[in-house]
Design a binder for this molecule. Structure first.
Ligand code: ATP
Ligand code: MG
Length: 560
């Protein structure tokens, strides 16, 4: 039985949950939560946590709450609360009616703190933040007891009440748990539970001037919601004994915390604070800039929720920190779009081709396959005419032997069209740039009814000059040039910004884009996957390149 079950476990957390279900630990319940602090937009690391927490609830017929951890009145904003909800829904998850805010628990948290004071387990300390930090000791040297540690219960109750009423200035008093200043775990050395802040909160307004610390609010919020498995990232592992101490002394619901390694992606930063810095400095064009690792940036770039969920499954749940190759994320979107994206012809940097022997004024509508992976997708017609555009990089004046595209005297097939031969070309004398190719076509070589017996090695994309549509095409590269931009103690992550992370080109795309809407995705054959940007509209089509066709990931896998 147990071996059979373990095969279905995708990670160690699932293993733990299965055991808990077998032993009826939480009366057979599985209840998780996703607890973002609304101080920025969510990023791909949060997406991992969302997929994990909501995914566990789905798998075990449980529930997952959304809880805003909004205990800090300084940096939290309604804009973030809204964007976070939008992102979670877009990823395909639903908290139903279980949307909570830690700030809703301020009254209960206050009562629980009073309870601890009454038990002699919390005290008001008049030391300054500096004094408190200087007397904490080090991991190998015990801390020093505060001179206020032995205040009576009555005195503590009175002072705490006065803190709440706004009698004291910021920084003059805190409430601390009374645990052990010599504990080898620094988090148990009388941690601060409340600070005085005369600052309005985005939800509770001026109701409170004392605010709970994360360490005090977080575990209690889990317990109040009767969370069974509180899944978080590794840095909180050392806080767990503190959370368990609070729960034990307050007799609250025994939520249990499990830690996994946070997702780090190569060439990316993942901290909301640093991402905000990029937004505020104008390095990127907002939180949803397609170069950002935010969920809204990935969405705008053309990533689908399916691809992000698949990516999250693929990377699994690690117990140790590591860096995931961005190629794996790119693999997941390629895989999804390969199956679903309609194909189109599009040229990024157009080079004019004149077919000198094509009958003047003639045009032919040729059938083109919409998606070779999906026969249901059928075909569309594309126009072939005497003037076309191909990609500049598909022609070389003096090509090496293995260049299977165009050069003087060379032949290629135009996809869905004819075989053409380059007879001559024209250059701009001032710049030396090739401006026009003069080619002939062979009428015997029409795709689907080729009777010529000719064989050519290269097939090129193209569009008809008379029918194509101009499009602005935004090509993205990684935002940082270093794999770990925030991993250098002597340097700032902004030192590693890639100066050419965005290139905008004026492309030409085939005519079949009527009625197209922002967010629709396509493959431009031989070029990559693209989506229609939000900026697309009456001033013309705008595309983002989501990802190129080149697959670094599966090649890498095969090599290993
Ligand atoms: P950041 O420093 O990026 O702002 P955070 O941990 O402060 O991250 P929170 O809003 O507190 O952000 O996080 C909400 C939840 O998402 C937490 O449970 C946290 O553990 C999880 N989380 C945050 N970053 C990652 C990551 N890179 N990988 C996996 N989970 C993450
Ligand atoms: Mg945080």
């Amino acid at each position: 039985m147990s071996t059979e079950l373990s095969k279905e476990h995708n990670n160690f957390i699932e293993e733990i949950i299965s055991k808990d279900l077998e032993s009826n630990k939480h009366q057979g319940r599985v209840h998780t939560r996703f607890p973002p602090e609304p101080n920025g937009y969510l990023h791909i690391g949060h997406a991992k946590s969302i997929c994990l927490n909501f995914g566990l609830a789905q798998k075990y017929n449980g529930l997952c709450n959304l809880r805003f951890d909004d205990t800090n009145p300084d940096k939290e904003e309604v804009e973030y609360v809204e964007s976070i909800q939008e992102d979670i829904k877009w990823l395909g998850f639903d908290w139903e009616d279980r949307l909570y805010y830690a700030s809703d628990y301020f009254p209960q948290l206050y009562q629980l703190a009073v309870d601890l004071i009454k038990q002699g387990l919390a005290y008001v300390d008049d030391q300054s933040a500096d004094e408190i930090s200087n007397t904490r000791g080090t991991p190998t040297r015990p801390g020093k007891d505060s001179p206020f540690r032995d205040r009576t219960v009555a005195e503590n109750l009175k002072l705490f009440e006065e803190m709440k009423q706004g009698v004291f200035q910021e920084g003059t008093k805190v409430l601390r748990a009374k645990i052990n200043m010599a504990s080898p775990n620094m988090h148990l050395r009388d941690p601060v539970m409340y600070r005085i802040r005369h600052t309005a909160h985005h939800r509770t307004g001026n109701d409170w001037c004392i605010y709970p610390t994360y360490d005090w609010a977080h575990g209690q919020s889990d317990a109040l919601e009767k969370i069974t498995h509180s899944v978080c990232t590794l840095e909180f592992e050392v806080h767990r004994p503190l959370y368990e101490w609070f729960i034990e002394h307050l007799g609250l619901y025994p939520s249990r915390q499990y830690e996994f390694a946070r997702l780090n992606l190569g060439y990316t930063i993942m901290s909301k604070r640093k991402l905000l810095q990029l937004v505020e400095a104008g390095v990127v064009d907002g939180w949803d800039d397609p170069r950002m690792p935010t969920i809204s940036g990935l969405k705008r770039r053309g990533y689908t929720p399916e691809s992000i969920r698949k990516f999250s499954d693929r990377i699994g749940v690690a117990r140790r920190d590591g860096i995931i190759d961005v190629a794996l994320l790119e693999f997941s979107i390629r895989e999804d779009l390969n199956a679903r994206a309609p194909r189109r012809l599009g040229i990024l940097r157009p080079l004019k081709v004149v077919i000198t022997n094509y009958p003047e004024g003639q045009e032919e509508w040729l059938p083109a396959i919409n998606n070779p992976e999906d026969p249901q997708a059928g075909t569309r017609d594309i126009p072939f005419t005497g003037e076309l555009f191909i990609e500049q990089t598909d022609f070389m004046e003096d090509p090496p032997r293995k260049f299977f595209r165009l050069g003087p005297g060379r032949e290629v097939r135009l996809k869905y069209g004819y075989i053409i031969k380059c007879e001559s070309y024209q250059k701009d004398p001032s710049t030396g740039e090739v401006t026009t190719l003069y080619c002939t076509y062979d009428p015997q070589t029409k795709s689907g009814s080729d009777t010529s017996g000719k064989k050519v090695k290269g097939t090129l994309g193209w569009v008809s000059a008379n029918h194509c549509i101009d499009g602005e095409i935004r090509l993205y590269d990684r935002l940082f040039l270093d794999e770990q931009p925030d991993g250098h103690p002597d340097k700032d992550f902004t030192d590693f910004l890639n100066p050419s992370s965005l290139e905008v080109v004026k492309g030409k795309v085939e005519c079949n884009f009527e009625g197209v809407k922002p967010m629709e995705f396509f493959q431009f054959e031989r070029q990559g996957y693209f989506n229609v940007d939000l900026d697309s509209g009456k001033d013309g089509l705008v595309f983002n390149r989501t990802v190129t066709l080149r697959d670094n990931w599966s090649k890498h896998q095969k090599r290993n």
